[in-house]
Design a protein. Structure first.
Length: 329
């Protein structure tokens, strides 16, 4: 798309070049019609698509690129977003580049290289990683972004895609105070609770600690329900007793939502993603030179479940993994 480079730089047909130029003019018109910063979004999965829908509903000019599936991209384009084919073109069209990817490796793949975000950045722009990444990777990428004349932030998320559509996410933003001040209005359009948690990398560090605790709790609660099955105690009776005391938590209720009510989507977070996050937490602990004792069980439990075909299932469905392990089903 010519919003980034001149038509002469593309070894394409005259017609193709003309189409790219038209794309450039369209993008400029969209940007000039809004006083909001132009957003480039990479990673339109469940959460990313919901965030894009929210931002578009508030009038943010949007540039997107396909990643693993077309559904979110097609929906965004139908609402007026511009689609481009190169990640560098997303950056060049945007004041703020947002990534909502599954792993640090995926973020690095989109950020680096001749067609990556860093290659296309406009001076003075900001890149925000909303995923759950390794803090060391975040800091290394920030150095290259700053060398390109732009800024980098990590701002991992809490809550669900349905919250994203309503602008009610929890956002743990990290970076300099000046960078946070620049993007705070945009973050507040996405989040109900927006925290500036510290310098670059603090967001991803905090999120890994948060997810370690959450996934350890979810695994323990899943085992508890399956163990109750073995003992002949109805699941609802177990929940009634446990939830009446200090053990009750949102995570307990997420697991109960599937174990008793049959709804796995109160926590729309896959076993594969949980496995990755607890693994990242363990790697972070190793990098800090301390042993993580409590994460060992959760990491192994989730890893075995994933290896046995549960990776694409939601975390509350770990109840089924334990039930199968115990021979209850």
């Amino acid at each position: 798309m010519c919003a980034i480079t001149t038509c002469a730089s593309h070894p394409a047909s005259h017609a193709d070049g003309r189409e790219r130029c038209i794309g450039r003019k369209t993008q400029r018109r969209r940007g000039s019609m809004s006083n909001k910063p132009a957003i480039g979004f990479i990673g339109l999965g469940l959460m990313g698509s919901a965030m894009v829908e929210r931002l578009q509903s508030l009038g943010y000019p949007m540039t997107v690129i396909a990643n693993r599936s077309r559904k979110g991209v097609d929906e965004a384009v139908a609402r007026g977003a511009t689609e481009v084919q190169r990640t560098a073109d997303v950056a060049a069209a945007s004041d703020i580049v947002m990534l909502c990817m599954d792993t640090s490796a995926s973020v690095e793949a989109r950020m680096l290289g001749p067609d990556g975000v860093i290659a296309g950045l406009k001076p003075g722009s900001i890149v925000i990683d909303f995923g759950t990444s390794l803090p060391g990777s975040t800091k290394a990428l920030a150095e290259q972004v700053e060398a390109a004349g732009s800024r980098y932030m990590d701002a991992p998320l809490g809550r669900t895609p349905s919250h994203a559509k309503e602008g009610k996410l929890n956002i743990m933003a990290a970076g300099t105070a000046d960078d946070f001040a620049r993007v705070e209005p945009v973050l507040k359009d996405l989040g109900e609770n927006v925290f500036h948690v510290g310098p670059l990398g603090a967001g991803h560090t905090l999120k890994l600690i948060n997810n370690f605790f959450a996934m350890t709790t979810a695994c323990a609660m899943s085992e508890a329900f399956a163990m109750a099955d073995c003992a002949g105690i109805p699941r609802d009776k177990l929940y009634d007793v446990m939830s009446a005391g200090p053990l009750r938590s949102g995570m307990m209720d997420f697991v109960k939502g599937y174990a008793i009510d049959g709804d796995p989507n109160l926590l729309a977070f896959s076993v594969a993603n949980a496995t990755k996050d607890v693994g990242y937490y363990s790697a972070m602990a190793d990098g800090l030179g301390v042993p993580s004792l409590m994460s060992v069980s959760a990491k192994q439990t989730l890893g075995v479940a994933k290896a046995n075909g549960h990776g694409d299932r939601m975390v509350p469905q770990m109840v089924d993994f334990f039930a199968e392990l115990f021979g209850n089903r």
